[in-house]
Write a protein that binds this ligand. Structure first.
Ligand code: AGP
Length: 372
């Protein structure tokens, strides 16, 4: 009913709008006044966390994309090697697991059969499994050694939005916590990130307030067949997520690429007026990557692409090559997905609406996939 949707036309719109609160709720009570992580619910002994020599993330769909982003944070802050694998592939390739492997199973519903079967396999091999889940008491957390709940609240729309942002937050918290338990050399950086995390809900809110041009752009592209998405570093999984949202909601051909791969094949797809969304890394810090992606934007635009550029406020280098420029607040590099994903959600939702699709219940899809 309209009341359930809080005055929004679709649950998805409501859930996109709820993201600042979902992010804040997921942080609530997990960082103390001194900026230390207090993840009491991670009931895996510190000794086990210190001894872990490998982390394996298993998940499907949007949760898999959250895992891909988490890998950057986990490896950077903990120096523990981290793999991310589609849950549906995992147990069929005889993965190397042992008592020092920490498996993180990410699932909004906690009922995804592929993820459940993968976690059972991991536990049979002696690995410890930590669930990152949004649904209290669901099967995946019940069968895991510990659970870190995301506090997104119920997500009704089939397309995952607020759950994704909170999965990222939970994974960052976990990465920082592991760094804390193991004593990382990134102390100062961790404090800065913790401070930024506390503000990120407000940044998401600011992004949400500036989405009208993105909606107008989406409507103008409703007749298109294909949209490509490019990103680098943590922007690469964001590109994958932008493409997945467009597939499931707009039923359009959409693909995400690592921008560095363009010249290894995908650039052949570029043709006159093809919309290409580019997620630009921060110009600060990792500026090498920034320069490289600016060159990519130039290259594809020279071949006629219609460039839709998502870039930090103050990033002037992209301006000459952006047919459409979407501004996001400056954040530490690893946190950028929390703000850069939001315009892609809005874009897909509006395109779906413009194409007359069922936003909350896309064809052929179910909210949780309880069969393998
Ligand atoms: C996301 O928009 C999808 N509907 C889908 O990919 C989903 O993320 C995936 O099925 C995993 O679901 P889960 O998080 O409930 O395990």
């Amino acid at each position: 009913s309209a009341a359930e949707k809080g005055g929004y036309d679709y649950f998805m719109l409501k859930e996109i709008a709820e993201q600042p609160k979902a992010v804040a709720d997921t942080l609530l009570g997990r960082i103390d006044g001194a900026g230390r992580l207090t993840l009491d619910e991670v009931r895996i002994p510190d000794a086990v966390l210190r001894a872990a020599d490998k982390i394996v993330i298993i998940a499907c769909g949007t949760a898999f994309h959250a895992g891909l982003i988490a890998k950057y944070a986990i490896e950077h802050w903990t120096r523990i090697p981290c793999e991310v694998e589609l849950a549906s592939e995992f147990r069929y390739r005889d993965p190397i697991l042992g008592q020092r492997t920490l498996v993180i199973a990410i699932s909004q519903s906690g009922e995804t059969m592929d993820t459940l079967m993968a976690l059972r396999h991991a536990r049979e091999q002696g690995a410890k499994v930590l669930a990152v889940c949004n649904t209290n008491g669901s099967t995946i957390p019940r069968e895991s050694d510990a659970v870190l709940y995301t506090h997104a609240g119920p997500e009704v729309a089939v397309a995952s939005t607020k759950a994704f942002l909170t999965q990222l937050v939970a994974c960052y918290l976990l990465a920082l916590y592991l760094g804390q338990v193991r004593g990382t050399k990134w102390g100062d950086e961790i404090h800065a990130v913790v401070r930024e995390l506390a503000r990120i809900g407000d940044e998401v809110e600011r992004v949400l307030e500036t989405m009208e041009p993105v909606r107008a752009l989406a409507r103008s592209l409703a007749h298109k067949d294909t949209v490509l998405f490019l990103g680098r570093h943590v922007g690469y999984p964001v590109a994958l997520e932008g493409a997945l949202k467009l597939k499931e909601l707009a039923y359009m051909h959409a693909e995400g690429f690592a921008a560095g791969e363009l010249k290894h094949g995908p650039i052949a797809l570029i043709e006159e007026d093809l919309p290409v969304v580019v997620v630009v890394p921060s110009p600060r810090g990792r500026s090498v990557l920034h320069d490289k992606i600016v060159s990519n934007i130039q290259e594809i635009r020279a071949r006629g692409a219609r460039t839709i550029v998502i870039a930090e406020e103050g990033d002037e280098a992209v301006v000459p090559y952006a047919d459409h420029l979407v501004r996001i607040p400056a954040t530490p590099t690893l946190l950028q997905p929390l703000v850069s994903t939001v315009p892609l959600q809005v874009f897909a939702c509006e395109l779906a609406t413009a194409r007359g699709n069922e936003v909350d219940q896309p064809r052929n899809l179910a909210k949780s996939v309880t069969v393998e």
